[in-house]
Design a protein around this ligand. Structure first.
Ligand SMILES: [Fe+2]
Length: 308
C-alpha cells in the first residue's frame, strides 16, 4: 500500500423518505455541510475536513436504502487499468461521461456480486476544507466543525449474496487488504472486512440472501471527546440509538443510530493503524459479543436483522 490505486470511499448516495427531515438530521444535527441541490432535487453534503465538493448525496423517494457507493482512485490512468481488470474479472462496466454526476469527472459504473451499484472516479471538484493550502490553519473557524464534529465519510457495511465474490474482487482487482473476518460454526466466512488504507476497514461485506442492502454508513470522528459530544447530541435530539460501545473487530469506539428514514448511521473514533503485513484476524460466531460490542458483549437483535 503506497496510497495509489483505489484511495477511499468518497461518495455514498442514500435514499431517504423525507428531505426536510433528512436535511435536519445530516446537516443541522450531524453537522455536515449542505453544498447544493441539483435539478432533480438531490441534496449534496460534505464533512468539514474533506476537500472534495461532496461525499454524501441524499435522494428523496418512497423506500430507504442505498443508491450507490463510489470510490475515488488516484488518477485517470488508474481508471483505465481498473476497467480492464473488472471486465476480466467477469463484471460488465458502464462508462459514464464527466459531468453526468455533478462536480465529478468520468466514472466507471458496475454492479458488485452482492448487487450494489459501485462507481470509480478520479476527479471531483475540490472546494477545500477552509484551512487553506498555503501555511494552512490548524483548526477551522467557529461553526465549520460543528454538530457531531464529523471529519469525513469513512466506510459502508453492505450485505448481499456472493459476499465472498466481493472479497475476491476487492482483494484481487482493487488490491485491498483482507483485515478481519467472522466465521460461522461450519467454518464459513459470513462477515468480511477489507482495507485500502491505514484503517482496519474501508468497506465490509456480510452474507445475506437479499442483494443490494446496506447495514450502515459510517462517519469518522477525530477523538473520544468528539465521540462523547456526538453521543450527547444524539440523546439531546432523541435520535434512536442502537448501541454505544466498542467493536472488537477494528477496535473502534462506536455509536450506531438511525436517520429519520430508518437508515443506520455510525460515528466512530479510534481503531488500530493497519499495515498490509498484518495477519488476517478471525472471529468466531460463538464469540460474536466480543467481536461486535466488546464492552457490553451484547448484540441487539436489530443489529443482525435490520437493513435498508
Ligand atoms: Fe462500521
Amino acid at each position: 500500500m503506497s496510497m495509489r490505486g483505489v484511495l477511499r470511499l468518497a461518495e455514498v448516495q442514500m435514499r431517504v423518505l423525507d428531505m426536510a427531515d433528512s436535511k435536519q438530521h445530516y446537516g443541522t444535527r450531524m453537522g455536515l455541510h449542505e453544498m447544493m441541490t441539483d435539478d432533480n432535487g438531490l441534496v449534496y453534503f460534505k464533512a468539514w475536513a474533506e476537500h472534495d465538493h461532496h461525499s454524501l448525496v441524499l435522494r428523496e423517494t418512497d423506500q430507504a436504502g442505498l443508491d450507490h457507493i463510489a470510490f475515488k482512485v488516484y488518477d485517470d490512468a488508474t481508471l483505465d487499468d481498473l476497467e480492464k481488470s473488472i471486465i476480466d474479472f467477469g463484471i460488465e462496466v458502464e462508462r459514464v461521461d464527466a459531468g453526468v454526476y455533478p462536480k465529478s469527472g468520468r466514472r466507471l459504473k458496475f454492479i458488485l456480486p452482492t448487487g450494489h451499484e459501485m462507481h470509480l472516479f478520479a476527479e471531483k471538484e475540490q472546494v477545500g476544507n477552509s484551512l487553506g493550502t498555503l501555511n494552512p490553519d490548524v483548526i477551522p473557524d467557529d461553526d465549520v466543525c460543528r454538530g457531531f464534529r464529523i471529519n469525513g465519510l469513512d466506510h459502508v457495511f453492505i450485505v448481499g449474496p456472493d459476499a465472498d465474490q466481493n472479497l475476491k474482487l476487492f482483494t484481487e482487482v482493487f488490491e485491498f487488504s483482507y483485515t478481519e473476518r467472522v466465521i460461522d460454526g461450519e467454518g464459513n466466512t459470513v462477515l468480511f472486512f477489507v482495507s485500502c488504507s491505514s484503517r482496519a476497514h474501508d468497506i465490509a461485506f456480510g452474507v445475506n440472501p437479499n442483494p443490494g442492502l446496506i447495514h450502515h454508513v459510517s462517519f469518522r470522528l477525530e477523538n473520544s471527546q468528539d465521540h462523547i459530544r456526538a453521543a450527547d447530541l444524539i440523546g439531546k435530539y432523541e435520535i434512536p440509538v442502537e448501541m454505544n460501545d466498542r467493536h472488537g473487530v477494528t477496535q473502534v469506539k462506536t455509536v450506531y443510530y438511525f436517520d429519520p428514514s430508518g437508515n443506520r448511521n455510525e460515528v466512530f473514533c479510534d481503531g488500530y493503524t493497519y499495515y498490509p503485513d498484518m495477519p488476517l484476524l478471525t472471529w468466531t460466531m460463538d464469540e460474536l459479543g466480543h467481536a461486535a460490542f466488546s464492552q457490553s458483549l451484547h448484540v441487539p437483535e436489530s443489529f443482525l436483522g435490520v437493513y435498508t
